[in-house]
Design a binder for this molecule. Sequence first.
Ligand code: C2E
Ligand code: MG
Ligand code: MG
Ligand code: MG
Length: 285
Amino acid sequence: EAKKVKGGASRVFTPGLKTATLDRLRLLEDIRNALYRREFTLLYQPQFSIGTRRLNGFEALARWMHPTRGSVPPDIFIPMLEEHGLIEEFGEWVLETACSEAMRWPDDLGVAINVSPLQVHAVRFSLKLCETLMRTGLRPGRLELEVTETVFLDGKQQTEAVLNNWKALGIRIALDDFGHGYSSLSYLGNFPIDKLKIDRGFLGQFDPSQPQAKAGVILDTIIDLGRKLGMTVTAEGVESAEQLEHLHRHGCTEAQGFLLGRPMSADEVRQIISARVTPPPSNRD
Ligand code: C2E
Ligand code: MG
Ligand code: MG
Ligand code: MG
C-alpha cells in the first residue's frame, strides 16, 4: 500500500507500514471535513427488467471527490466512515440526496441506496427515514434499501424489528451481494426481503460457453431460490450480452451492469429520462 503514496521523499526513509498509517491518518482528517465541504457526490446506475428491457430505477453509488487525490472509491472510504463514527451522518446525507433527486424523476422510477449495517441498528436512521419521506414527498414504494448479509449476524431480533418497520412504511428491502458473506439461508425465510441481488462474483466466474460448470450451477440455483421465495432477483455486474441472455433464460428478472449502463451523474440521469419519453427503449426490439 505504501507504493500508492504519491510524492513525499519521506517514503524512501520510512518503513512502508508507517507511511501507510500516516497516509490513512491524513485521509481520516480529510474525511471529517468532506461532508461540510460537499466533496461527496452520488452517481446513479440504471437497473432494467431483463424481459421487457424496461428501466426500473437507479442505484445510488457514493463517490468522494478528494481535492488533491481525485475520486476515492467507496470500498476505501465507507469503512473509514464506519470506523470513525461518521457513517450515520453520511448515510443521512445519502438518503436525503437520493430521495430529493428521485423526486425529479417520473413516479414509476425507483431509487436504491446502500445502507451500512451500523445504520440498520441505529434508531436515528429509522427516524430519519420517516422524516425524509414526509419532507420530500417521495412515495415509499419508490425507495429501496440495500442491506448485506452481515446485518443478520448480530442482534437478530432487533434487525427483524427494524426491517419490519421499514416494510410497514412501504419501503422495499434488497439483500445486496447475496452469497458473498456469511450465509446461513435460514434468514431468507424469516426476514421481509423483497429482492436478492446476486453478488457480482458469481457472474464474474460464470463462463457462458460452459453453463453446466459449477459457477453456472450456483448462479442458476440462486436465481431459482429467489424466485421460489417470491423475490425479485437482480444480477449485478452484467458486462456481456451472453451473460444477459443466460440470465434471461434462467428466469433472472432484473439486471444492472456496465453492459446496460455505468453509474452516472444526476444530470446524465435526467437527460436519459427526458430522452426516454419518445420512443421508449422497449420499442426497439
Ligand atoms: P454494491 O452496492 O454492491 O454496488 C455495486 C458495485 O459494482 C459498484 O461499485 C458499481 O460501480 C459496481 N459495478 C456495477 N456494474 C458493474 C459491472 O458491470 N462490472 C463491474 N466490474 N463492476 C460493476 P462502487 O460504486 O465502487 O461501490 C462499491 C461498494 O461500496 C458498493 O457495492 C456498496 O457496498 C458500497 N457503497 C457505495 N455507495 C455507498 C453508500 O452510499 N453507502 C454505503 N453504506 N455503501 C456504499
Ligand atoms: Mg448495492
Ligand atoms: Mg452488490
Ligand atoms: Mg458491495
